[in-house]
Design a protein around this ligand. Structure first.
Ligand code: FAD
Length: 284
């Protein structure tokens, strides 16, 4: 083992510096199952350990790739054999839930679903929602500025983050764990990290906004004959439902066929009602 790996073991323990099969058995792409090729995976437990890991890598000129839940679909977590992966999987604590302030403070490796569940326990909701909720992490959601299905009402991840803490490439800890909604004190540095895909530093903790729980939810599947009709429908329901429209998704013919007929699954009985067609591209 080289000197850097020995130094990393001294910081996080040998059980948290993964090598060989423990690395290659992990996948970096859930579409293809492609194996992780990094030279090692390091798993710090807290910001202090992560800061030391990054300082050691900086001194050794070691390139680092960050792993959250590895659900990203643009290969941001791929690492070459010369690169080292820092995984946030052990930094998964919910640190504080504040009912009065409507905030939750978490370590960045906690999954989106656990945050949603913690909010539900106090009759609140964390509105960001997407299909990968059980695996994706808050750090990954911040790094990708994730959108999800409720953007139309609550905005992207950027709108959910009140404060964050990050570790820079040389190990410096930048902390702005603001909990206030009304805060006009100077530069808002957290915005730089949101959507930066790990290029500026590793997000380690965050303060997130919670929203009131909605007592009822109605879902409608509507068939429309043209794209113009689709946009008119959106305009109409936006006006009539005012601020209570929380999601609006268009389903194209090709996608509809894939998830019903071609997947071998049965089409829903209201098949024709579920069909949305874009007349600009009738072959799609
Ligand atoms: C079924 C499914 C549905 C999805 N739906 C949506 C959707 O509706 N809207 C949408 O926007 N996205 C969607 N996505 C993609 C979405 O961006 C990711 O699922 C999620 O935000 C990434 O989180 P992750 O923890 O898995 O990050 P990873 O995949 O592990 O990492 C993604 C990127 O962020 C970096 N990163 C990860 N953690 C950190 C950290 N702590 N600090 C700094 N950088 C970090 C990584 O290096 C990488 O570049 C979907 C994905 C799947 C699989």
């Amino acid at each position: 083992m080289d000197k850097l790996l020995n130094d990393l073991v001294a910081v996080v323990g040998s059980e948290n510096v993964l090598l060989g099969d423990d690395v290659s058995q992990r996948s970096v792409d859930w579409f293809t199952g492609a194996p992780c090729r990094a030279k090692a995976i390091v798993r710090p437990r807290n910001t202090e350990q992560l800061s030391k890991v990054m300082a050691l890598c900086y001194q050794a000129d070691q390139l680092v790739v960050t792993h959250g839940g590895m659900t990203g679909i643009v290969h941001g977590g791929e690492a070459s054999p010369e690169e080292l992966v820092v995984s946030l999987e052990l930094m998964n604590q919910i640190e504080e839930v504040d009912l009065i302030g409507s905030t939750i403070q978490v370590q960045a490796g906690v999954t989106l679903q656990r945050v949603q569940e913690a909010a539900a326990e106090i009759d609140m909701q964390f509105p960001l929602d997407l299909g990968a909720r059980g695996s994706c992490t808050i750090g990954g959601n911040i790094a990708t500025n994730a959108g999800g299905i409720r953007v139309i009402r609550y905005g992207m991840m950027r709108q959910q983050v009140l404060g964050l803490e990050a570790v820079l490439s040389d190990g410096t800890v930048v902390s702005s764990l603001n909990k206030m909604l009304k805060n006009n004190a100077g530069y808002d540095l957290k915005q730089l990290f949101i959507g930066s895909e790990g290029t500026l530093g590793i997000v380690t903790r965050a303060v997130l906004r919670l929203q009131p729980h909605m007592p009822s939810e109605q879902t409608a599947l509507v068939a429309v004959p043209s794209f113009d009709a689709l946009t008119q429908l959106l305009r109409r329901v936006s006006q009539q439902l005012a601020n209570s429209l929380s999601a609006f998704e268009a389903l194209w013919n090709s996608h509809y066929k894939l998830v019903t007929t071609e997947s071998g699954k049965h089409a829903p009985r209201c098949r024709r009602l579920a069909f949305l067609r874009d007349h600009r591209n009738p072959g799609a």
